[in-house]
Design a protein around this ligand. Structure first.
Ligand SMILES: Cc1cc2nc3c(=O)[nH]c(=O)nc-3n(C[C@H](O)[C@H](O)[C@H](O)COP(=O)(O)O)c2cc1C
Length: 312
């Protein structure tokens, strides 16, 4: 059976989003937290704690994600997550952001294969015989897709729970097409189970990838779900009629909005969160640019609500 995962999207797939999604749409087999960066504080910050607290993620299979290039720091965070009961942890080797890459983290780490190997060696030695399993979410390299051959050799030295491949390089950011040729080589050459991630925006695209890579058993959906939260229903052919789809969509929207308000983060922050999401959700409303603009421009919750009502 094919499995589907919700991609981590920093600032967007918060526990509020994950729970609202899980409640109103076709549940995902796995959810990932946006990246946690190790720090020297003893526990987690209030925001981090909210993300990973088991009672905030009830009924969801959640994999916390760490972004680090320092094995000692990474292991400390692994230990903290184990204390909350997590047994699967994902390492971020994919983030293309300049601030991250300039510190040799995320996809920036891929430019330093020896350090990467040493890091993984220390991390796997550090987790030893505990029951925690490590998966990796990776791009193909920093500059050229062919860098992945050497990187895969490194990954193959470790017993990864799973290797999630977004077949772009750092310098692509989100431009260009995912490199399916190199993904195919990676999928064939990987000793760990592989999950595909990247540009699955329609059910047709997903089916095309499933046909082309029948051995791949897991697909991770990111922006596609933000643009069309019913995407997994469409993939599984369970979307129902237009009315049922609209009802689900608005129940999900209202839940998100209410739950963000209930966090007590202040109206400005609630608006920011909702507008950020509408940058993607707006794609589900072709021809409604005028109303979408009102949503984007809303500076108060009542204006936001009125604009959303208009869209309804
Ligand atoms: C706004 C935004 C935030 C992201 N945050 C993370 C993150 O915290 N961790 C991570 O591994 N990937 C992150 N990603 C990358 C996505 O998880 C995913 O790999 C990428 O969007 C490609 O998949 P898609 O085409 O299905 O969206 C982020 C992407 C975007 C657009």
């Amino acid at each position: 059976m094919t499995r589907y995962y919700l991609a981590p999207l920093e600032g967007i797939t918060t526990h509020i989003f994950r729970n609202a999604y899980h409640r109103h749409f076709c549940p995902m087999d796995k959810y990932f937290t946006p990246f946690l960066v190790p720090h020297s504080k003893k526990g987690f910050s209030a925001r981090e704690r909210r993300e990973i607290l088991p009672e905030n993620n009830e009924g969801l299979y959640l994999v916390p994600q760490i972004m680090s290039n320092h094995a000692g720091d990474c292991l400390k965070t692994v230990g903290k997550l184990q204390a909350y009961g997590y047994k699967e942890i994902n390492l971020n080797m994919g983030c293309p952001s300049k601030t991250v890459v300039s510190k040799g983290r995320g996809s920036g780490f891929l430019a330093f294969p020896e350090e990467l190997d040493r890091f993984l060696d220390e991390v796997f030695a550090g987790i030893g015989n505990t029951d925690v399993q490590i998966s990796i979410k990776t791009r193909l390299g920093k500059e050229e897709p062919e860098e992945f051959y050497d990187i895969l050799e490194i990954y193959n030295r470790y017993p990864l729970k799973e290797l999630i491949i977004h077949p772009r390089v750092q310098k692509d950011f989100y431009k260009n097409e995912p490199d399916l040729k190199i993904f195919a080589c990676g999928q064939e050459g990987s000793k760990s189970p592989v999950c595909y991630n990247g540009d699955i925006f329609t059910a047709e695209k997903c089916e095309e990838l499933r046909q082309r890579f029948p051995e791949v058993r897991a697909f991770m959906l990111g922006r596609g779900i933000l643009m069309d939260p019913l995407l997994l229903e469409r993939i599984k052919q369970e979307a129902g009629d237009g009315r049922a789809q609209a009802e689900k969509f608005w129940r999900f929207h209202d839940q998100l909005y209410e739950d963000y308000r209930a966090l007590g983060m202040g109206d400005k922050n609630v608006l920011f969160k909702m507008k950020e999401l509408w940058c993607y959700l707006g794609q589900s409303f072709p021809g409604r640019e005028k109303t979408l603009k009102k949503i984007r421009k809303a500076e108060r919750l009542d204006r936001y609500e009125a604009a959303v009502e208009e869209l309804l």
